[in-house]
Design a protein around this ligand. Structure first.
Ligand code: ARG
Length: 576
């Protein structure tokens, strides 16, 4: 892929010129950036750190370096402390379009990650409840990152570690024993069954305020479950199965799939020896009847076993980490979980380090900001939840309205509305930096004109219909036109440069674990495409070479937009 190789070639050439032991090509290659405007150049390197090593002003160094000759016909220009490089668009066209046409859905892929197994854990809801709006961010961030790591060649294991045990779940089982109606739990009828579970869950938390003994009942329930009592376990299993099915149906709508779906409960029977191992290998001690571990640098001691002997969320995570390292020998294990669990993960990794597992360093908590829905924070306990399914339904309904307005004869309305509505939510969710809080705004995410999913889908659909029209009107574009004599207009060059950056963008995503780079990039392409298309006739171009070059650019755009959307988990309709 051009940019990647160009960066390497330039880094070698610069390193040779600078001839300093601290400035090897491997170091310089990471310093390249993209200039803010295409007129300035296609690639840039800020000269600050090089200048510092050589003890000269950065501007002066940039000037000096701009005088040199670079390989592959790349030209250089200094702009203050920056050195900007330009690649000939004719070369860029030949290489980029050739790769796109050749690799199609694999364009942008790499074998870089081969042999470096990655585990990503995300979604991981407590499944006594339905998926709510608060689960969307972990799920979507995890999904894109998994897709991108895979595209770049990493063996990826996607885990959904559902909460199917512990005091929360025990409260639901206890509530069901009190007020549940078994005839309302029915796998054929998932939504009403899940509604019933939510009702009694909310009732439990309401009544607890005046009847604190209910908590006692819930903790007895947990003890019975941990002791293997068959009646409570049968009820537990029924609730769990129904919840899992409901969860899977919702996830499917967002193209989210897992390699492993397992619950915390799988570690209950294995916890004894692991607890012993923790107690033996860390400064664990008994405090007020419970077991705690004090971890250097973390002010809150970690609780690893309760007074009544039952296990904890943290203990199950310790067991889970050990087990996953055994199974997957991961190079990196990412837990994509909200910022609120920061302490939990500090404690988890802290204990693993105290236990002297060298791989503890390879575990990382990827947190994210909160989604505010009309500035409300959601809580299931008080029954203030926005169910994810309902949200997707609503997006679909709004998308249907919008599409019908634009195109009343639209075929497959329902299918298109689902792709556009769900796509809009996914794209909107991933358009903010991962760690920032975001405000959910229907209008903003569903508009066909703003920086939205529908805008990107619409651009891809436009490319598709242009290519179809071209095929009807004349000979289809079978091979790439020979572009060496073509004078590229600025809008053509800008689009081309963006298309060639796809793989670099994917590498930036895994460098920062930041899906936002992809949504941002797709918007840039859609904008560049629309600017190009507005300015330059494609089918009506008088010069046949211009027509073929432009059609190739349209083809490349369609390919990159669709690949990018696919990595986000968004499908692209045939028509909109
Ligand atoms: N089920 C938990 C919750 O909903 C999140 C689990 C996160 N993953 C983990 N390995 N602890 O709060």
């Amino acid at each position: 892929m051009p940019f990647f190789e160009w960066k390497q070639t330039l880094a070698r050439s610069l390193s040779e010129a600078l001839n300093h032991p601290d400035l090897p090509p491997e170091k310089l290659v990471d310093e390249f950036t993209f200039p803010p405007q295409i007129e300035l150049g296609h690639l840039a390197i800020p000269c600050f750190s090089m200048a510092k090593k050589l003890q000269k002003p950065a501007g002066k160094l940039a000037q000096e370096l701009s005088q040199r000759n670079y390989p592959l016909g790349i030209s250089a220009q200094a702009a203050g402390p920056y050195l900007n490089f330009k690649i000939s668009p004719n070369q860029l066209f030949a290489q980029t379009l050739h790769q796109i046409v050749e690799q199609k859905e694999n364009y942008g892929s790499s074998t870089f990650g081969a042999g470096k197994p990655i585990v990503l854990e995300y979604c991981s809801p407590n499944i006594a409840k339905r998926l709510g709006f608060q689960h969307i961010r972990s799920t979507l961030i995890g999904n894109v990152l998994s897709n991108v790591y895979r595209h770049l060649g990493f063996p990826v294991t996607r885990i959904n570690f559902v909460g199917d045990w512990g005091s929360q779940f025990a409260r639901l089982v206890a509530a069901f024993e009190l007020w549940g109606d078994p005839s309302r739990l029915n796998a054929e009828n998932l939504a009403p069954s899940m509604d019933h579970l939510l009702e009694i869950y909310v009732q439990f938390h309401k009544e607890v305020e005046t009847r604190p003994e209910l908590l006692e009942k819930a903790s007895e329930c947990l003890q019975k479950m941990e002791a293997g009592d068959s009646t409570s376990l049968a009820l537990w299993k029924k609730i769990k199965d129904i919840s899992t099915q409901a969860m899977n149906n919702t996830l499917k709508r967002m193209q989210v799939e897992f390699d492993v779906v397992e619950g915390e409960s799988i570690y209950i029977s294995k916890i004894e020896p692991i607890l012993k191992q923790v107690k033996d290998s860390t400064p664990a001690r008994v405090s007020e009847g419970a077991w705690i571990v004090e971890i250097p640098g973390i002010s809150t001691p970690a609780l690893i076993q309760k007074k009544d002997g039952t296990t904890l969320y943290l203990t199950r995570d310790i067991a889970g980490a050990l087990d996953r390292y055994q199974r997957f020998r991961f190079e990196k294990h990412f837990y994509i979980v909200s910022e609120q669990q920061k302490l939990h993960f500090q404690q988890l990794f802290g204990i693993l380090k105290l236990m002297r597992f060298s791989w503890a360093e390879q575990c990382e908590h990827l947190s994210f900001g909160t989604v505010l829905f009309g500035s409300e924070k959601m809580s299931t306990r008080e029954g203030r939840v926005i169910l994810l399914d309902k949200l997707l339904d609503e997006a679909k309904a709004l998308a249907l309205q919008e599409c019908m307005q634009k195109n009343p004869d639209l075929a497959n309305k329902e299918e298109v509305a689902e792709a556009v509505g769900v796509g809009a939510i996914i794209f909107g969710e991933l358009s903010t930096h991962r760690t920032r809080d975001m405000e959910f705004d229907w209008k903003a995410i569903l508009s066909f004109e703003g920086e939205t999913g529908p805008y990107v889908q619409y651009s891809a659909v436009r490319c598709k219909s242009l290519l179809e029209k071209a095929a009807e009107k004349g000979p289809p574009l079978s091979s790439l036109p020979e572009a060496s004599s073509y004078a590229f207009a600025l809008e053509e060059e800008a689009l081309l440069v963006l298309l060639s950056r796809f793989r670099s963008v994917l590498f930036n995503i895994i460098r920062d674990n930041e899906p936002y780079h992809l949504t941002h990039y797709l918007i840039d392409i859609a904008k560049a495409f629309n600017r190009f298309y507005y300015k330059h006739p494609v089918l009506q171009a008088t010069d046949p070479l211009a027509r073929d070059i432009r059609l190739s650019l349209v083809k490349g755009t369609q390919n990159v937009l669709e690949n990018g959307l696919r990595l986000l988990g968004i499908s692209c309709p045939q028509q909109m």
